[in-house]
Write a protein that binds this ligand. Structure first.
Ligand SMILES: Cc1cc2nc3c(=O)[nH]c(=O)nc-3n(C[C@H](O)[C@H](O)[C@H](O)COP(=O)(O)OP(=O)(O)OC[C@H]3O[C@@H](n4cnc5c(N)ncnc54)[C@H](O)[C@@H]3O)c2cc1C
Length: 454
């Protein structure tokens, strides 16, 4: 027999505010240990696709808005909203790979690294996110800056079709030909999307069989010339080479901030990978390098292991993003100075160089777009709840030093609690208008929560 007010046809667990275990369940909805003080009225853990329209019906009958969660990796905790029904899709984690047609159908709770590693074993590739534990749902909806995105485009460029449940409970297929507006929005709208995606059909690439990484670590004092050298050299690198800067304070024994330049080639053969990385062999500042690794063979598994170290589990996080037209030397100098004064030595700044193919982004019509020439993501990372205020303040102050040079944010990792305009500034003005018009058409009663703001 079903509990009072619970539709008998809903198979998944239903947890109400006030139920024993509610708080453990609420806190468990987010990967970040920093849990916002926002409380859904009901949490529904969907057992399958059929639970999605049922959960929407339940929300409507209770007069609740709906927030959605796939993998819970939103830094600012988008899925947790006051007075809502939180629809948890982590149980929708099936994937079907068709090697013959080089396509796959994935549900939103599929973990990106598991999928990408399985594809690689079958000689196929896809621009999954850098962090091993990120789920595909929120990642693909936001755009998705992932491995080899400089060549393959954002993760969402691979999406050919989605299955979605709209606010009125209708199950729709969306592609360039069917519901093209909803399909356009599903490729970039991120944590303000106004339907529930239950499946994505993806077009896959041949997996580049030989990966190699070159990396140099420099003291922060060299950041200007290092950034200048990398920026000048980057255009000589083929699109299948992914380059990024990481600013970090290092461990307790190496307290000074360092800048790591790391480049990974996704090539078809080992000799090709070495040729692809050749422009980075001559380092004008070589005598200042604290360490160097040149053309080291790598693998997707090794890249995921390294990424897991950047974002340790069971920590408290605050993150933000900035697209800018400022050169990397100036951006990184400002960020390095801020990091030197960070309250936590675990905090880092990432700056991928041209992280995503503009060509692939423009070729496919999508809500995601590249909003600047340079891109930077500061992460405050710490342990103790008593340090929350200091670290959040540090992140906000750090952003204030560079925001005057900003041209936008990336919706997946932007701190949507920092100000009410963060979401709007994550899109071009025309795309924002189109998104809001589509929201009004597909969700006229505002069943789904829109973007989080302060
Ligand atoms: C450690 C870490 C590393 C990261 N690395 C990268 C990276 O390399 N590249 C990158 O691009 N991003 C990265 N991100 C950001 C990440 O892509 C976004 O936070 C993304 O939203 C995570 O997906 P999720 O399914 O876990 O999101 P959730 O937190 O579950 O959901 C976030 C929001 O997305 C919407 N949503 C999710 N699924 C659905 C659905 N099926 N239907 C409708 N709406 C839905 C909802 O509005 C929800 O509130 C990283 C985040 C973390 C924590």
């Amino acid at each position: 027999m079903s509990a009072p007010g619970r539709p008998a046809s809903l198979e998944g667990a239903v947890i109400r505010r006030g139920d024993p275990g509610y708080e453990t369940c609420r806190a468990g909805e987010l990967w970040n240990e920093l849990k916002p003080q926002r409380y859904p009225e009901v949490i529904v853990r969907a057992a399958g696709e059929r639970d999605v329209p049922e959960a929407l019906r339940l929300a409507r009958s209770r007069g609740l808005r709906v927030a959605v969660r796939a993998g819970g990796h939103s830094w600012c905790g988008s899925p947790l909203r006051d007075g809502t029904l939180l629809l948890d899709l982590s149980g929708l984690n099936r994937r079907r790979i068709d090697a013959d047609s080089a396509t796959a159908t994935v549900q939103p709770g599929v973990i990106g690294s598991r999928f990408a590693l399985e594809l690689a074993r079958r000689g196929l590739g896809f621009a999954a996110g850098h962090c091993p534990s990120v789920a595909l749902g929120g990642y693909l909806l936001s755009g998705g800056l992932g491995w080899n995105s400089r060549l393959w485009g954002p993760g969402c460029a691979a999406v050919e079709e989605i299955t979605a449940v709209t606010a009125d409970g209708e199950v729709v297929r969306c592609s360039e030909d069917e519901h093209p507006g909803l399909f356009w929005a599903a490729r970039g709208a991120g944590p303000g999307f106004f339907a529930v995606v239950t499946a994505f059909r993806l077009r896959l690439h041949p997996f580049p069989g030989a990966l190699a990484t070159t990396s140099y670590v420099f003291p922060l004092t060299a950041v200007g010339p290092v950034a200048g050298w990398v920026t000048e050299t980057a255009p000589e690198l083929p699109a299948n080479v992914e380059v990024s800067f990481v600013l970090a304070a290092g461990d307790a024994s190496r307290t000074a901030v360092t800048v790591t330049v790391s480049a990974t080639a996704f090539a078809d053969s080992r000799p090709q990978a070495v040729r692809d990385l050749a422009p980075l062999h001559d380092v004008p500042l070589g005598d200042q390098a604290l360490s160097r690794r040149v053309d080291e063979p790598s693998s997707l598994g090794a890249l995921y292991d390294a990424a897991a170290c950047l974002w340790p589990e069971r920590h408290r996080y605050a993150a933000d993003t900035l697209w800018s037209h400022l050169d990397y030397a100036s951006l990184l100098a400002a960020m390095g100075e801020a990091l030197t004064a960070a309250p936590s030595r675990k905090s880092i700044v990432l700056a991928p160089v041209s992280p995503v193919s503009r060509q692939e982004t423009v070729a496919r019509s999508m809500a995601f777009s590249v909003l600047g020439d340079s891109y930077v993501v500061p992460y405050a990372i710490w342990d103790a709840p008593s340090d929350d205020d200091d670290n959040v303040r540090w992140l906000r102050e750090t952003m204030r030093t560079v925001e005057p040079y900003g041209t936008g944010h990336y919706i997946a990792e932007a701190d949507l609690t920092a100000d009410p305009c963060r979401a709007r500034r994550s899109f071009t003005p025309a795309d924002w208008q189109r998104l809001e018009a589509l929201r009004a058409a597909y969700d006229p009663q505002g069943l789904f929560c829109s973007y989080l703001s302060a």
